[in-house]
Design a protein around this ligand. Structure first.
Ligand code: ADP
Length: 413
């Protein structure tokens, strides 16, 4: 990819399908994720952060690096079942033609957009029909790993631990990143041992994942949206539904094998002993119990796979997590408990966008990736934590989200 000063479009080869580098997609079983880069010069002049950013630019200029694109890397999600909304969004933003103000040229070569996930196959005809674009398919696992590696290596404060209400950012040393276990909790769960750039193996997985939580939760609580279900789980008490060790041992611990009275002996186990119908249980307690059951299970399987390959770090991604404190805490406690503190659970700020970022990076394996990986410059951490707050707040609005953007610049050395 050849990006020169002041140009927002790549140089195009008339003999090839036109590639637009600004947009990439990951269309999964539940959600369609978009990552797109838009040019934005304004931040160079307004506000303090703008000034410091300008200083950074100056420094880069002094070191003979040239800013090529200044703008935002934006992240957006749509429910896959509402793929038409996604198409409309792309159309209204003109993302499929590189944000260009000019009209699409009907006589020109079809534009190709990088896309991964099953939907890249399922909806290929629809994208062609409605937007006149070809979905240039990339392998899902390749993208997932490439996205995780990129975010962990490049994005400031991407990884963090979360346990007992304590969130702590982890400074990742690029030279000490591998090996690690990547656990992607989407509709289903994939577990991948990552040993380096492009060096990975899918070692396990489980079908009991985010789709199970949302699907079962919908049936059991009559929630209308995922966010409603998540919101319910905040308020619930799983002890009303789960059978605890104390329920079996008359309120006592089973201390001989280290199980406290509050340990869950059987998820949903209380429902069998009571003469109660589903309606007699509070939906929030059911939601809480379900979330705990699924998160615990994933945490335990993750730990077993980490143990299998001697991996000490487990990074959890996928949109199931949604930065929900309870989910992250449950996963962390499970990993910590089973590994006796040997393995560590970590989370990613752009948890749901690993595949989409990987797809974006694949636009030009030898150009954009190199440029971004070496020289992406971000704004101050305060701005980034604002983005995280935004995601949490959006839960109460009932919006499907995870939408945010990072300001960044791309430099050519
Ligand atoms: P996939 O690629 O399989 O769609 P994702 O990483 O996008 O996987 O995660 C999908 C999961 O995210 C869903 O199964 C659900 O548990 C959760 N999720 C988070 N937000 C939403 C939402 N707004 N609508 C539906 N599912 C959501």
């Amino acid at each position: 990819m050849d990006l020169r000063d002041g140009q927002t479009q790549p140089i195009l080869d008339p003999n090839q399908p036109t590639h637009v580098y600004h947009l990439a997609l990951d269309i999964g079983g539940s959600l369609a994720k978009l990552v797109y880069f838009t040019k934005d010069d304004n931040h160079l002049v307004d506000g303090e952060e703008g000034v410091s950013h300008r200083k950074t630019l100056q420094k880069c200029k002094d070191s003979k690096q040239h800013p090529v694109l200044n703008g935002r890397l934006s992240f957006k999600t749509f429910e896959t079942s509402k793929i038409n909304d996604c198409l409309e969004f792309i159309k209204s933003m003109k993302l499929h033609i590189g944000g260009s103000q000019s009209q699409e040229n009907p006589g020109s070569q079809p534009i190709a957009i990088k896309a991964t996930g099953g939907g890249a196959y399922k909806y290929a005809d629809l994208f062609k029909e409605r937007l006149g674009i070809i979905l240039d398919k990339e392998d899902e696992m390749d993208c997932l790993v490439a996205g995780a590696n990129f975010l962990l290596e490049v994005v400031h404060q991407e990884a963090f631990t979360y346990m007992g209400d304590q969130k702590q950012f982890v400074q990742i040393d690029k030279n000490d990143l591998y090996p690690y276990l990547l656990v992607n909790i989407g509709s289903g769960v994939g577990m991948i041992k990552v040993e380096g750039e492009g060096k990975f193996e899918r070692v396990s997985g489980t079908s009991i994942g985010g789709g199970t939580f949302w699907g079962l939760g919908k049936l059991l609580t009559k929630c209308k949206s995922f966010d409603e279900l998540l919101e319910l789980s905040y308020r619930g008490n799983n002890r009303q539904v789960d059978m605890l060790v104390g329920d079996i041992y008359g309120g006592m611990d089973y201390s001989k094998i280290g199980l406290s009275s509050t340990t869950i002996a059987s998820s949903f186990g209380k429902a069998i002993s009571d003469n109660r119908e589903r309606e007699d249980y509070k939906p929030e307690d059911i939601a809480r119990s379900l979330l705990r059951m699924i998160s615990n299970n994933i945490g335990q399987i993750s730990y077993l796979n980490a143990l299998r390959f001697g991996l000490k770090r487990i990074f959890f991604g996928g949109f199931f997590i949604r930065k929900h404190p309870f989910t992250m805490d449950t996963l962390s406690v499970a990993v910590n408990f089973w590994s006796k503190g040997e393995a560590k659970a970590m989370f990613l700020r752009h948890e749901g966008f690993l595949g989409a970022v990987g797809s974006f990076m694949s636009s030009d394996k030898h150009g954009l990736k190199e440029l971004l990986a070496k020289d992406a410059v971000q704004k101050s951490p305060s701005k980034l934590s604002f983005a995280v707050d935004k995601i949490l707040r959006s839960l109460s609005d009932g919006e499907c989200n995870g939408d945010e953007s990072i300001e960044c610049s791309v430099y050519a050395a």
